[in-house]
Design a protein around this ligand. Structure first.
Ligand code: SAM
Ligand code: DTB
Ligand code: SF4
Length: 349
């Protein structure tokens, strides 16, 4: 069988057609695509840490950390660098290969950036891949993160452009796309996905996947979150998503972005192990691992390891070769940015 080309021209009717196929046909197709690009019995494991919790100025209706809603969360300052490194070492000890640090910010401030950069360098030195999700970035902040060696930047599109305004009013969809474009231009890997269960239609789910897959390059990592309903948020009583529809979304993400890691992301604590097994069959090949997501519970690490054993799944090893290629890409992007700044300054002066 010839490998499918990586496409960036998906249309709504095509994607709706994929989502609406009989379940068994869809899973068979997704598993076929999956096996052309990945070992079907390996799953990448990332651990999450909230490095700055609560009191976020944004109004994302799903989020327990938004300062607009009362969810009873303790507000915290940016965590101390050493504490973050201790948590990263603990994540490594239980088998995580990537450490993702999240902050409840609209964007990082200049005051916080030096600490954030120290965290990236320190986590890298521990031999873990690094990921951060800090909100919107300027081009300069993006370059500084890349320079510190950040591997992945997570910035979710969350839903379709059409539905987005029902969920968030304090940041636009195009600002999100701009941040993703800065991250790509700086040579870092992109982690971007969305959430199911916010009252979106099937067209909105298709719309989110089209936005992600029609980017100039597919995000290397695509987290698909099931809404974690948190008391106090406007979505606390949102209707449950049919688990089969959630699996369909993962399968279609796998087909549309065949070389990306698709992450079975938030919501696993509320999901049966059978649903999670179906998710892996549909081509999901990454999870958040460790007892907490950012502020809500995730399955206990030993429970996940038992599930992996029962399914014959092994955690994916960290890819050293990819890492070298990626580092070279960052260095090249930095040289190009510096040269273009020199050129602009020379032209101006
Ligand atoms: N503040 C930064 C931002 O929004 O870009 C980074 C942290 S934010 C918590 C990262 C992502 O977590 C959001 O984009 C959203 O997709 C996901 N998320 C937040 N609350 C969630 C919830 N209750 N259920 C599922 N996913 C959630
Ligand atoms: C992503 O897509 N999901 C993660 C991570 N990226 C940062 C966050 C999930 C948060 C779930 C709610 C919480 O624990 O606060
Ligand atoms: Fe803030 Fe991020 Fe939560 Fe939105 S998703 S309220 S930006 S922490």
């Amino acid at each position: 069988m010839t490998a499918p080309v990586t496409r960036h021209d998906w249309t709504p009717s095509e994607v709706l057609g994929l989502l609406r196929q009989p379940f068994n046909d869809l899973l068979f197709q997704a598993q076929n695509v999956h096996r052309q690009h990945f070992d079907a019995n390996r799953v990448q494991v990332s651990t999450l840490l909230s490095i700055k919790t609560g009191a976020c100025p944004e109004d994302c209706k799903y989020c327990p950390q938004s300062g607009h809603y009362n969810t009873g969360l303790d507000k915290e300052k940016l965590m101390q660098v050493q504490k973050v490194l201790d948590e990263a070492a603990a994540a490594k000890a239980i088998g995580a290969t990537r450490f993702c640090m999240g902050a409840a910010w609209k964007h990082p401030s200049d005051k916080d950036m030096p600490y954030v950069l120290q965290m990236v360098r320190g986590v890298r030195e521990l031999g873990l891949e690094t990921c951060m999700t800090l909100g919107k970035l300027t081009q300069e902040q993006t370059a500084a993160l890349a320079d510190a060696g950040l591997d992945y930047y997570n910035h979710n599109l969350d839903t379709s452009p059409e539905f987005y305004g029902n969920i968030i009013t304090t940041r636009t969809y195009s600002e999100r796309l701009q941040t993703l474009s800065y991250v790509r231009d700086a040579g870092m890997k992109i982690c971007s996905g969305g959430i199911l269960g916010m009252g979106e239609s099937l067209e909105d789910r298709a719309g989110l996947l089209i936005q992600l897959a029609n980017l100039p390059e597919h995000p290397e990592s695509v987290p698909i979150n099931m809404l974690v309903k948190v008391a106090g948020t406007p979505l606390e009583n949102a209707e449950d998503v049919d688990p089969f529809d959630f699996i369909r979304m993962l399968a279609v993400a796998r087909i549309m972005m065949p070389r990306s890691h698709v992450r079975l992301s938030a919501g696993r604590e509320q999901m049966s192990e059978q649903t999670q097994a179906l998710a892996f069959l549909a081509g999901a090949n990454s999870i958040f691992y460790g007892d907490r997501l950012l502020t809500t519970a995730n399955p206990q690490a030993d429970k996940d390891m038992r599930l992996f054993q029962r399914l014959g799944i092994k955690p994916e090893e960290r890819q050293e070769h990819d890492d070298e290629v990626h580092q070279a890409a960052i260095e090249q992007a930095l040289i190009e940015q510096r040269d273009s700044a020199l050129f602009t300054n020379a032209a101006a002066g």
